[in-house]
Design a protein around this ligand. Structure first.
Ligand code: GLC
Ligand code: CA
Length: 577
């Protein structure tokens, strides 16, 4: 089966502000990223997803853009970007950018014009409405900071913002908005970028007749649900969120818009790709006319994995995708959800990280890694409200103090545990002050997690054959060496097991059996019987080839003796590849 590059690729998300600081000012930048391309090449990744690198006042860490064709000065110049892009391409590493369509910064020249007067030619580029009964046009909440409407005294109207009030929503029903944004898209495609990750697409349109939400909950009340004495189940809470925002998400027009964007992509040679920050399979359109990938967030929400939950997810997801012939895409986390290792109990975190990574890199679909996860970076709980950069947490802190009348300590504890900053701290390169991210005497934009000195850094792990970093390298190499792990079919085996996740991946020439023991106990696994259900080994006496074994497992004629948390890959093909 011939796959497109983005079906075979291992993607790696770079959060530019935190990745590598080339000029020593405490902020990551393009010269820094370029200097780490050898590291990424050794890791074995094929593509980079770059979180926003555009000029921005950073109310939402770059997801509030003031110039879609520029580079944030603190990250370098457009030329620095081009040097980076060429250097990446020279190493056969593709680059996709983050495209923020829903909103701009409130300081974007378009919005400055739009808010200047009711008659400005760009007035209709954003969503302006009159208030109602002395208040906003309706009761909609923003996802980030209270009401979705902000009053602008100068022109006496409200503007709509799905996220921060510093992120006014564009009016995508206005053709001029589309034309302007597609020009920005073409600008980067002409420079040679390989595609885009589409930010927050579901919120692009909202209902035009603005009916009130009838969920009975606003943002503050939804946020408080997590902390209720008798908390509702995660699923119920998600339902209430969905109900509250029902008129603000997934509205008609979205798929037509994605089709238009696809046509813009297709004006350019090569397989330029689109991955949406969404999980809905509808974004694949007919399989060919919208997005190439959407994330399997349902699987991510299952961390820590239980084998049965992974099997259920795969059964549902793969069969839904197959209906439109679309390709799966898995991830364990990103700059919003943070470092997934923090989900595990400390005593088993290292072992669980290996199991989850092995699943990510061997299940069918394109894997996305988040920078720092490959060395086991985890969450840093900030100590002071002044250290918080993620403005959404500031809103939590303020509403906790004012609305819920919580003490400073309680509000702070909530804000620092909820802020997305905890998973965005600078990358650790060495066991050196500031983790080698920036000079010792410079204050980085977010504090560095002190655990860089306990082996959580790339240099120490590169030298340790048993490190998590080298585990990632080996697994990524295996994906290359055994293409069926990328292009093969997949079937779950041993489906009653509570502890073992076992599945076959195969193509015309290869069959690989992946076995993951999620339990802290040793287990015996009858690999031959399990594999027989899917064709197994043709020669009943032949032994498979052990292509990966975390703990030098005993491979017997019919069984595997799995150590606690063991990972074993067997090549079942008779004879050599
Ligand atoms: C996406 C981004 C997130 C950002 C939001 C608004 O969800 O991943 O970081 O805050 O969109 O742009
Ligand atoms: Ca810098």
């Amino acid at each position: 089966m011939t796959l497109k590059w983005w079906q075979k690729a291992v993607f790696y998300q770079i959060y530019p502000r935190s990745f590598a600081d080339g000029n020593g000012d405490g902020i990551g930048d393009f010269p820094g990223i370029t200097s780490k391309l050898d590291y990424l090449q050794e890791l074995g990744v094929d593509a980079i997803w770059l979180s926003p690198h555009f000029p921005s006042p950073q109310y939402d860490c770059g997801y509030d853009v003031t110039d879609y064709c520029g580079v944030a000065p603190e990250y370098g110049t457009l030329q620095d970007f081009e040097v980076f892009l060429q250097a990446a391409h020279a190493r056969s590493i593709r680059v996709i950018l983050d495209l923020v369509l829903n909103h701009t910064s409130h300081l974007h020249p378009w919005f400055l014009e739009s808010r200047a007067s009711r008659h400005n030619s760009k007035r209709d580029w954003y969503i302006w409405r009159d208030g109602k009964n002395g208040g906003p046009p309706n009761n909609w909440s923003s996802l980030f900071d209270g009401s979705a409407w902000e009053f602008d005294a100068q022109t006496g109207q409200y503007y709509y913002h799905h996220f921060l009030k510093e992120q006014p929503d564009l009016n995508w029903r206005n053709p001029e908005v589309k034309a302007a944004m597609w020009e920005a898209v073409r600008f980067w495609l002409r420079l040679g970028v390989d595609g885009f990750r589409l930010d927050a697409i579901a919120s692009t349109f909202e209902r035009q007749d603005l009916p009130d939400s009838t969920s009975g909950y606003d943002l503050a009340q939804l946020r408080a649900l997590d902390r209720a004495e008798k908390p509702l189940s995660r699923a119920k809470i998600r339902k209430l969120w969905a109900k509250t925002f029902e008129h603000q998400f997934s509205q008609p027009g979205l798929h037509e818009l994605m089709k238009e964007l696809r046509l813009v992509m297709d004006e350019f040679p090569g397989d330029r790709m689109l991955v949406g920050e969404d999980e809905k399979i509808a974004f694949h359109g007919n399989g060919n006319d919208e997005l190439d990938l959407v994330f399997n967030f349902p699987l991510m929400r299952k961390i820590p994995f239980r084998p049965a939950a992974v099997r259920r997810n795969q059964a549902e997801r793969l069969s839904d995708l197959a209906k439109v012939n679309a390709w799966p895409c898995n991830t364990l986390g990103n700059h919003d959800t943070g470092h997934y290792i923090s989900h595990f109990r400390p005593e088993e975190a290292q072992a669980q990280a290996r199991l989850h990574t092995a699943a990510l890199l061997t299940l069918r679909g394109t894997p996305f890694l988040y920078n720092g996860d490959e060395i086991g970076m985890d969450h840093l709980i900030l100590e002071r409200i002044e250290d918080i950069r993620d403005v959404t947490a500031n809103w939590l802190y303020t509403t906790d103090c004012s609305l819920l009348q919580l003490s400073h300590e309680a509000a702070l504890a909530h804000a620092v545990s909820a802020t997305r900053d905890k998973g965005r701290t600078p990358m650790h390169w060495h066991n050196a002050p500031q983790g080698g991210f920036c000079p010792a005497d410079i204050r980085p934009w977010l504090p560095v997690n002190p655990n860089y000195s306990q082996g959580v850094n790339t240099a120490d792990q590169a030298n340790d054959p048993k490190s998590l970093l080298n585990f990632h390298r080996r697994l990524i190499q295996l994906r290359r060496a055994y293409p069926c792990l990328a292009d093969g079919e997949q079937a779950m085996l041993h489906e009653h097991s509570r502890h073992i996740l076992a599945f076959l991946r195969w193509n015309a020439g290869q069959r690989v059996l992946v076995t993951l023991n999620f339990s802290p106990q040793p287990r015996r696994f009858h690999w031959r019987a399990a594999a027989a259900a899917q064709g197994g080994l043709q020669d009943a006496d032949a032994l498979p080839e052990l292509i990966f074994s975390l703990s030098d497992t005993g491979l017997k004629q019919n069984t595997l003796l799995l150590a606690p948390y063991d990972i074993v890959l067997l090549m079942l093909t008779d004879g050599k590849k």
